[in-house]
Design a protein around this ligand. Structure first.
Ligand code: ADP
Ligand code: ZN
Ligand code: ZN
Length: 735
């Protein structure tokens, strides 16, 4: 029987983003399987290119074409992806409007694409230990004993080196067939030993939560519990339970390189059963971890969002820790949201999905209280201690008394006290030198767009601009509320904080943790350990210090400018601020001493700060939910972002205008979808490329999104090389 392969080519080009049919030569017929990597001739010159078999068809299922080409070769005898994976690829393509190849690349480790191989070594194994054939059995007794204990572990040269065994004697034993040399795959994972992490005696709340998750007939859970309420212990028990039932688990953390502590605990409890998967692995390490998982040698996968696509054997559980973090949304194609993909996979495989957080997203909590998913709550900290006290400091008052430094009098004094008592301090600045909103330092007034409720952004040509809808205002020279002249844009970086600290507190040892100081591999972990060991008195940092760090000697946390987070031009800025403050506060008072949090701001009355200060999640949710409903932001409406980049700004502008025109014609058939823009992006140029955007807001479905995508591609056919466009549904930000 003649078979035909449906092949996806390994190429970026949009024009060939579809399956191509190739005839399978008879010689390859018995070997061909869906999921293999193959080579096919392509184009006018029949250049051999790599591709993936996504389907196999019989003669009556393909339309006859006398020019149909033949498959050249099969590159991987074993299929590298399964039929389930192929369905997942279709799902990703549909939902995130990506190309086939983008989806394939998520599922296949880079190493395999580049032809990486297993690393092998020849190890010596014992065949028999009966020495009666040897001329001088006594002389070999010791060697045989050593090899018996280490059979299959060492190569010949390692045996000679480690145990001072004579090469002559080893060769003799090999010749006589007492030993043999075997090729063994070795894995490049980190062999480091971790301190054993013992099971804890569970609290009542922990027991109930576990019981509920294991017995509920729902399969998706929101585990809501304050920092320190023992969620991680719950995760580990659920993982243990899965292992006992011979099932694998995937545990996603926001960015693993940033949470050394989580690794310590999982490795400490499950040892070699754990596969680690994050952005800083080398291709070789990635390839090895992938194999360990595929072969079922590692059944606990801890990793960043892409770990979701590992070929876990018999998957029983997916955990997404800190589910509110924005790193679960991919910024590259496919622009997937890991929570949605996890849900798809969990449903498909009959696995349980647990979303954990102290501060769930509005979307997740909404689903939980409406009963769509199961809400499991833990209300108390394991140690029974109260959460650290939060104090809001009004920076307008500081200005009034002439204090223009980065530190309020209150924070200054608290730092002094903590240093004196030899306690540690964490100072937090949520963004590194990147900020453009404009506010009044006397009364706290912030310039916002009347339409979008979004902070307006300062532009170099003397205008303020709304980056959602494009509305502009002239740069103000005084405050419309209090008439003060002290109106300017906001910004300070971690470097400046460090400089000021060094100026006022000369003897304090400072560790700074931001994008600049953590570029090198393992540098994050080194700084983390240094501070943990007490090699620093003050830790200054950005976002990256807000999560998962546990330092018992930290008693003071200072949030230097809560305004930076409140005024990010994004509809989620209030939610992010609430989350951030709650997270950062969780870093104080983890040990026996009581902790304190000082929050500096020009708008202490802002609801995100008021609710955060009182640890009132429900209160915050109620308020934020009404704002979202009013403005038609998610979970009510969706946002679709169209982004265009080009070196030629005029061409890009024309193109985006044309698109907007075509879209507004299309929108006549729809109700309640708003078109915002086109407008230059907040970061309007990256390297040589100008950036423009169009935002669609409202209730739309995938069919509508797909229509928009087609419209984009049709419009862009002629200048495809000059303009790059991308499309993103519910993006992380509109920057
Ligand atoms: P979360 O993940 O909710 O922030 P953790 O699981 O990290 O909380 O727990 C906080 C601290 O309490 C950790 O040091 C952990 O080892 C400890 N812990 C957790 N559960 C228990 C328990 N049942 N008994 C004693 N200590 C516990
Ligand atoms: Zn003012
Ligand atoms: Zn606006």
């Amino acid at each position: 029987m003649i078979l035909y392969g449906e092949i996806i080519l390994n190429s970026e080009a949009v024009e060939i983003d579809r399956p191509f049919t190739y005839k399978i030569p008879e010689s390859l017929n018995p070997k061909v399987r869906v999921g293999q990597i193959v080579k096919v001739p392509f184009g006018f010159r029949n250049k051999p290119v790599e591709g993936f078999i996504i389907g196999i068809k019989k003669e009556d299922e393909v339309s006859f074409d006398y020019k149909m080409k033949e498959l050249l070769s099969i590159e991987t005898e074993e299929p590298i992806i399964t039929l389930d994976d192929i369905e997942l690829i279709y799902f990703l393509k549909e939902k995130y409007l990506c190309k086939y190849i983008d989806a394939f690349r998520l599922l296949i480790p880079v190493g395999i694409m580049k032809g990486a191989k297993n690393k092998v070594k020849n190890v010596i194994v014992l065949v028999k230990d009966d020495l009666s054939d040897m001329k001088n059995p006594e002389g070999y007794k010791e060697i045989i004993k050593i090899i018996k204990e280490n059979s299959g572990k060492y190569s010949k040269s390692e045996l000679i080196k480690n145990f001072s065994i004579s090469q002559y004697k080893l060769n003799n034993l090999l010749q006589k067939g007492m030993l043999k040399s075997l090729e063994e795959v070795i894995f490049r994972y980190n062999e480091r030993e971790y301190i054993k992490d013992e099971d804890k005696e569970l609290t009542g709340e922990q027991k109930n939560a576990i019981e509920r998750i294991l017995t509920s007939d729902k399969n998706i859970f929101l585990l809501k519990g304050v920092t320190g309420s023992g969620k991680t212990e719950i995760y580990m028990r659920l993982v243990q339970n899965a292992l006992t039932n011979d099932k694998s688990s995937i545990v996603l953390v926001p960015e693993i390189a940033l949470t050394p502590q989580m690794i310590e605990r999982f490795k400490g409890r499950f040892g070699k059963d754990v596969a680690l998967f994050h952005s800083r692995l080398s291709d070789g390490e990635r390839f090895d971890e992938w194999h360990r998982v595929k072969e079922g040698k590692a059944r606990v996968i801890v990793g960043a969002r892409s770990a979701l696509f590992l070929p876990a054997k018999n998957l029983g559980l997916i955990i997404i820790d800190e589910e509110h973090e924005n790193t679960y949304k991919s910024e590259q194609n496919p622009k997937y949201q890991a929570k949605e993909v996890a849900e798809y996979i969990a449903n498909k495989k009959g696995a349980k999905l647990v979303l954990g957080s102290a501060t769930p997203t509005i979307e997740s909590y909404y689903r939980a209280i409406s009963g769509e998913i199961d809400l499991v709550e833990i209300t108390k900290r394991v140690d029974g201690k109260p959460m650290p006290k939060m104090e809001l400091v009004d920076m307008r008052e500081e200005l009034k008394v002439g204090n223009r430094s980065l530190f309020s009098r209150k924070l200054f004094k608290s730092i002094e006290e903590a240093l004196e008592k030899k306690e540690q301090i964490v100072l937090f600045l949520n963004r590194r030198g990147f900020s453009t909103f404009v506010s009044c330092r006397s009364c706290g007034y912030v310039f916002k767009c009347d339409e979008c409720e979004i902070s307006m952004t300062y532009h170099k040509n003397g205008f303020l601009i709304c980056h959602y809808c494009g509305k502009t205002k002239r740069e103000p020279n005084k405050c419309p509320k209090c008439e003060s002249k002290y109106v300017k844009f906001f910004g300070a970086g971690t470097q400046r904080v460090e400089d000021e600290i060094k100026k006022y507190f000369k003897d304090a040892k400072v560790i700074r943790m931001d994008v600049d100081t953590t570029r090198a591999k393992d540098s994050h972990e080194k700084l983390y350990n240094a501070f943990k060991k007490g090699e620093g008195d003050i830790l200054i940092g950005t976002q990256m210090i807000s999560k998962g760090l546990d330092f018992p000697n930290v008693t003071l946390v200072g949030i230097l400018a809560a305004d930076m987070s409140i005024n990010i031009p994004d509809y989620r800025s209030a939610e992010r601020t609430f989350q951030l403050i709650t997270q950062v506060a969780g870093r104080a008072g983890r040990g026996v001493k009581e902790g304190k949090v000082v929050i500096q701001t020009y708008t202490p009355e802002h609801y995100s700060l008021q609710y955060a200060k009182n640890y009132d999640y429900e209160g915050f949710y109620e308020k934020e939910f009404t704002v979202r409903a009013l403005m038609n932001y998610p979970p009510f409406g969706k946002i679709l972002l169209i982004n265009g980049t080009s070196k030629d700004e005029n061409m890009l502008k024309d193109f985006m205008n044309n698109i907007a025109n075509s879209i507004s014609i299309l929108l006549k058939d729809y109700n309640g979808i708003e078109l915002l823009g086109p407008i230059a992006c907040m970061i309007f140029k990256i390297k040589e490329n100008f950036r423009w955007q169009i935002v669609l807001k409202g209730e739309f479905d995938l069919k509508f999104a797909k229509k928009i995508q087609e419209l984009l591609y049709d419009n862009n056919k002629s200048n495809y090389n000059e303009i790059r466009i991308s499309i993103d549904i519910n993006p992380n930000s509109l920057i």
